[in-house]
Ligand binder design. Sequence first.
Ligand SMILES: *[C@@H]1O[C@H](CO)[C@@H](O)[C@H](O)[C@H]1NC(C)=O
Ligand SMILES: *[C@@H]1O[C@H](CO)[C@@H](O)[C@H](O)[C@H]1NC(C)=O
Ligand SMILES: *[C@@H]1O[C@H](CO)[C@@H](O)[C@H](O)[C@H]1NC(C)=O
Ligand SMILES: *[C@@H]1O[C@H](CO)[C@@H](O)[C@H](O)[C@H]1NC(C)=O
Ligand SMILES: *[C@@H]1O[C@H](CO)[C@@H](O)[C@H](O)[C@H]1NC(C)=O
Length: 314
Amino acid sequence: MAHLLFSAFFLAAQTHAVPKEYFQQTEGEVLDSLKLQVGLLANETENYPPQVKPPGTNRRIPQSIIIGVRKGGTRALLEMLDIHPNIVVAATEVHFFDWDENYVKGFDWYKNLMPFSYEHQITVEKTPGYFTSPLAAERIHEMNSSIKLLLILRDPTERVISDYTQVYYNRLENRKPVQVIEDIVIRNGALNTKYKAIQRSLYDLHMENWLKYFSLDQIHIVDGDTLIKDPLPELQKVEKFLSLPPRIMPSNFYFNQTKGFYCIRSDGRERCLHESKGRPHPVVNNTVLEQLRAYFREHNNNFYRMVNRSFNWH
Ligand SMILES: *[C@@H]1O[C@H](CO)[C@@H](O)[C@H](O)[C@H]1NC(C)=O
Ligand SMILES: *[C@@H]1O[C@H](CO)[C@@H](O)[C@H](O)[C@H]1NC(C)=O
Ligand SMILES: *[C@@H]1O[C@H](CO)[C@@H](O)[C@H](O)[C@H]1NC(C)=O
Ligand SMILES: *[C@@H]1O[C@H](CO)[C@@H](O)[C@H](O)[C@H]1NC(C)=O
Ligand SMILES: *[C@@H]1O[C@H](CO)[C@@H](O)[C@H](O)[C@H]1NC(C)=O
């Protein structure tokens, strides 16, 4: 069985461009993912052993999706929501609605990537690329126009630096040349507004597209800066939004001094986010920082008006 699991895994890894985060998971998570991937390849009508598919469960398309934003804290949010007994989460970033090569495979392909769940449970998927994708909103609306969407955001300037930091470490690991952030953000003395990381932080422009398809009360915004510092209140708001009984408790979290943020205690297990999360940011030249903040200011105000809510962004 183990051999079958692994060959299935490598086949899946080669043919489906498995997102990088896939490889940053713990062994338990990888095993869960393997089971998922086997489901992908196996005939759905086959019998699964009960430890894989408990009696009475089925795969279901998500009733809620974490749509972004990249580097907003989507992994933390998903892992924390997974504490709730009525929530089941997809193990990998599916990239169904934002990548055409996946979308053409159809809803059955998508559903087969979801975990098994009981009828009273909510299936949640997260793909941070959806929020900034020009096509995802319309496609999700087509699947379920009354779906509940979760969007986790943080200070757009911090998000740019975090985005840069992730790419920086990926390039280091792959022995590719790296640049200091100032050289990317500033071109010919002016802000390089074509830089993808900057464009992803223009929340008002992306939100405008989502509000063409969904009403504001279908999109719950999680404050990513708050979630990291004090998770419970933000998670209680999500429980309310999803009409779930409050089941996430203070005892589900403990602060890890070394990591500098909260880890999760649930089902007698303790787990922290992967070490690639919460990396220290580089010190950024103050002039450049101010240029970024000035550029986002008007977009932020626009966004606050759009969502009838303000945030403590610079
Ligand atoms: C799956 O299995 C069922 C029953 O054995 C069979 O009728 C069906 O053709 C199979 N489908 C595929 C795609 O292999
Ligand atoms: C669509 O989403 C809503 C809200 O989560 C849910 O109640 C409903 O069951 C979903 N419909 C389908 C077909 O999944
Ligand atoms: C706290 O974080 C450190 C550094 O990531 C890790 O090695 C350690 O296992 C964590 N401790 C607990 C109790 O989670
Ligand atoms: C920051 O960048 C500006 C130009 O954008 C430069 O004039 C200034 O000396 C830099 N400050 C530091 C501390 O490097
Ligand atoms: C905006 O939010 C306030 C409370 O925060 C609420 O009273 C008001 O109805 C909201 N307006 C709209 C248009 O949603």
